[in-house]
Design a protein around this ligand. Structure first.
Ligand SMILES: NC(=O)c1ccc[n+]([C@@H]2O[C@H](COP(=O)([O-])OP(=O)(O)OC[C@H]3O[C@@H](n4cnc5c(N)ncnc54)[C@H](OP(=O)(O)O)[C@@H]3O)[C@@H](O)[C@H]2O)c1
Length: 262
């Protein structure tokens, strides 16, 4: 009988609570959020129970922290006294950006901690979530956690260095991709395509291209080459993108996110 608790049920907390529900591995889901109505709305979707932060800290076997990193100190002031009184086993799961395991242990104590970095598409079960565990987490607890999170999309155990390198690609990438969809659609509108159709076609095209790359494992350059017929229109578009520094701009964007200090 496992109780899974969430403190902070915003975008990411909500996405991971939905994954836990879909996994059918959680016996009880507890939800606590500063604005209670948000937790209440989520509770209807995940068959959860709304409670306060202290109750999650007191009862959950896995305690997910889904608040903004700058709210952690205040939250810990509230829940640490409760956690410190517990004599049973519990695991802290942090999804907060910029808080490595060592920093979390400094603040929370020498307890089992899992750090997960999901991304926005986890909300629709197509995310990329990387996680790391400290040495207090057992293999069995790790395995259970993996199964709990699996419905959120691709879930992979990794190390913190890889997690840091991947942040710009898979964490910030959805924002860059959404900008690309907007830009593609604007181009479509400019030549006469109705806007609603333009967004829908652009997003589906990206989904299809991504699926093709994942399924066939072909090099992205090979796929690009196969769309560019000799003397055709696509290669003219490719020429324009190269002229505008498209690839360099995307690389720079990823590097800029990596270099941002918290
Ligand atoms: N967004 C992403 O793509 C992404 C990716 C990876 C990791 N993360 C991390 O995930 C965490 C949440 O991000 P998010 O995008 O889900 O933000 P969000 O939508 O703003 O969610 C944060 C939630 O925490 C609640 N909250 C704040 N302080 C609280 C407290 N003391 N007690 C209880 N609830 C509290 C907020 O309540 P209110 O309803 O009152 O505002 C809000 O619902 C952040 O630490 C972020 O670094 C985000």
């Amino acid at each position: 009988m496992k109780t899974i608790g969430f403190i902070g049920t915003g975008n990411m907390g909500g996405a991971l609570a939905k994954a836990a529900f879909r996994s059918k591995k959680a016996d009880v889901i507890l939800l606590a959020n500063r604005t209670r109505a948000k937790a209440e709305k989520l509770a209807e979707l995940v068959n959860g129970t709304v409670c306060d932060n202290k109750e999650v800290a007191q009862k959950a076997d896995y305690i997910f922290l889904g608040v903004e990193p700058q709210g952690l100190a205040e939250l810990l002031e509230e829940i640490l006294p409760v956690l410190n009184q517990r004599r049973d086993r519990y695991i802290i799961v942090s999804m907060m950006a910029g808080n490595p395991l060592a920093k979390l242990a400094e603040k929370i104590g020498d307890v089992p901690i899992i750090r997960i970095t999901p991304n926005m598409p986890a909300a629709v079960g197509s995310g990329v979530s990387l996680y790391v565990t400290n040495d207090r987490v057992t293999a069995e607890e790790d395995d259970y956690f993996y199964q709990l999170m699996e419905p959120s999309g691709l879930v992979e155990k990794t190390d913190e260095q890889t997690m840091a390198y991947a942040g710009g690609v898979k964490g910030c990438g959805p924002a860059f991709t959404a900008m690309f969809v907007e830009a593609l659609a604007d181009g479509g509108v400019a030549v006469g395509l109705p806007r609603e159709k333009a967004y829908r076609y652009a997003a589906q095209m990206i989904k299809g291209t991504a699926e093709m790359l994942l399924k066939t494992e072909q090099h992205p350059g090979t796929l690009k080459d196969s769309v560019c017929s000799p003397g055709g229109s696509t290669i003219q578009g490719v020429r324009k993108l190269e002229e505008s520094g498209f690839r360099a701009a995307v690389m720079d964007a990823v590097i800029a996110t990596f270099e941002k200090k918290f």
